[in-house]
Design a protein around this ligand. Structure first.
Ligand code: NDP
Length: 447
């Protein structure tokens, strides 16, 4: 059977076996479609049915999470952990708390994580977890009770050498703290079972900043290769969470001007440049809406709805909120306004037709599995520090992160060129991530 036919039949089976999981289908299709030339040159992958195996998670856990709210009422949520691949290391990937979470979202994120972790060059397999719990509007006490109940079940399936979760949407330092406390209490062991921990109890410097900083480091490397830099560039960053905030911080440090940010209700446009201290205070400390920014800075304008942010004229766009937030209409607006680079801070924020449009129109497009790998990379460094029972300086962790991001750029660029798709970083990232995992699977036999 030709490579193309193999890919088609694997994808058909994925559709049949995972009905209704559209985000998972989308993520699988993008990777499989990139692999035709790799399979042509490596028939051993077809022989060992690597594709059929790589699209099937090693283990899927789904569980009840009961908890009691502040009014004494029993609430029931659903918890997930998808342990996708342990070919190159213990399962590693974040936990998402958001009402939109269902099995298809966790599978898509776990699948992406396999290739992303491979790209970092560190020993980490892929996994992802989460719940349809919505932390928004809940008291600290309610969040703690939920996290404790979630971890009471999850702790049976994870461990420092088995599966090491981290944060994601809706899971930051507060939630990691509550989950770590419960793991320690039940298992009676103080180990690096979660990353994104507080600095007093095993966390790594730079973990908070890592995804946003890493995103900007990889774009900076791409610009450097073209003899350019962030200096004087106008940048739009969607979202105003962990990834977005630290991407903005690094862009500003490198001389760029960020003029728009958003949350799930709408976006702000500040032609004088976003004042990041205000955004940090509103989103990190007060947990308020981005709209409040306009009450403090009169130069800014707020628009209800997120999609309009792509109409803001910019040189570089960094979608950093959530999946499928940048569609074909958004891509057309960016192209029309002369945007030259789009790099994904979020996971799969660009719809496939939007990504095609950007690439066809010569916009340099860096996919999330490469561009946002900085977060999991520093998580890997946190695991290394925990094993050594030692903490690195900020400068050392930051230098390691930068080095990893520069190498990711070089590797995906080289892989795209080697397999006849020069400048297509989607193909480059999928191939560079895949080959390492596939070769490890071959070496380890049929497992
Ligand atoms: P946060 O929860 O800190 O922030 C998420 C941001 O996106 C918020 O501004 C939120 O707005 C907005 N948002 C969430 N859902 C939607 C939606 N449906 N429509 C529009 N906006 C939305 O999450 P992170 O910053 O950690 O994560 C952002 C993205 O980056 C996710 O795709 C995540 O998977 C990815 N990522 C994160 C990493 C990390 O280290 N944190 C690592 C790699 C990838 P609101 O406040 O209104 O909810």
């Amino acid at each position: 059977m030709s490579s193309k036919k193999v890919i088609e039949s694997v994808y058909e089976l994925v559709l049949k076996r995972n009905p209704g999981e559209s985000e998972f289908h989308q993520a699988v299709k993008e990777v499989l479609d990139s692999l035709v030339t790799v399979l042509d040159e490596n028939p051993q992958y077809i022989e060992a049915r690597i594709l059929d195996r790589i699209v099937e998670p090693e283990r899927v856990l789904m569980f009840r999470v009961p908890w009691v709210d502040d009014n004494g009422k029993v609430q029931v949520n659903r918890g997930f952990r998808v342990q996708f691949s342990s070919a190159i290391g213990p399962y590693k990937g974040g936990i998402r708390f958001h009402p939109s979470v269902y099995l298809g979202i966790i599978k898509f994120l776990g699948f992406e994580q396999v290739f992303k972790n491979s790209l970092t060059g560190l020993m980490m397999g892929g996994g992802k977890g989460g719940s349809d719990f919505d932390p928004k509007g809940k008291s600290d006490n309610e969040v703690m009770h939920f996290c404790q109940s979630f971890m009471t079940e999850l702790c049976k399936h994870i461990g420092a050498d088995t599966d090491v979760p981290a944060g994601d949407i809706g899971v930051g330092g507060r939630e990691i703290g509550f989950m770590f406390g419960q793991y320690k209490r039940i298992r009676n062991e103080f180990v690096g079972v979660l990353t994104g921990k507080g600095l007093n109890w095993g966390g790594s410097l730079v973990r908070t900043e890592a995804t946003g900083y890493g995103l900007v480091y990889i774009v900076d490397e791409l610009l450097k290769e073209k003899g350019d830099s962030f200096d004087g560039k106008t940048v739009v960053v969607s979202g105003s969470g962990n990834v977005a905030i630290y991407a903005v911080e690094k862009v500003q440090q490198l001389g760029g001007k960020v003029v728009a940010m958003s949350d799930s209700n709408g976006f702000i446009y500040d032609p004088q440049g976003i004042k990041l201290d205000t955004v940090k205070q509103l989103k990190e400390v007060e947990r308020k809406r981005i709209k409040e920014y306009t009450a403090i800075h009169k130069s800014a304008k707020y628009t209800e709805g997120c999609a309009g942010i792509w109409n803001v004229k910019c040189d570089i766009a960094l979608p950093s909120a959530t999946q499928n937030e940048l569609d074909a209409a958004g891509a057309k607006a960016l192209i029309k306004n002369g945007c030259k680079v789009v790099a994904e801070g979020a996971n799969m924020p660009t719809t496939p037709d939007a990504a095609d449009l950007l690439i066809e129109n010569k916009v340099a497009f860096l996919p999330g599995k490469a561009a946002n790998a900085g977060g999991v990379a520093v998580s890997g460094l946190e695991m290394a520090q925990n094993s050594q029972r030692y903490a690195w300086t900020f400068e050392r962790a930051d230098a390691e992160l930068k080095n990893i991001m520069v190498n990711i750029y070089k590797n995906i660029n080289a892989a795209a060129e080697k397999y006849g798709a020069k400048g297509n970083y989607i193909v480059g990232a999928n191939i560079a991530g895949f080959v390492k995992v596939a070769d490890s699977m071959l070496a380890q036999g049929v497992v």
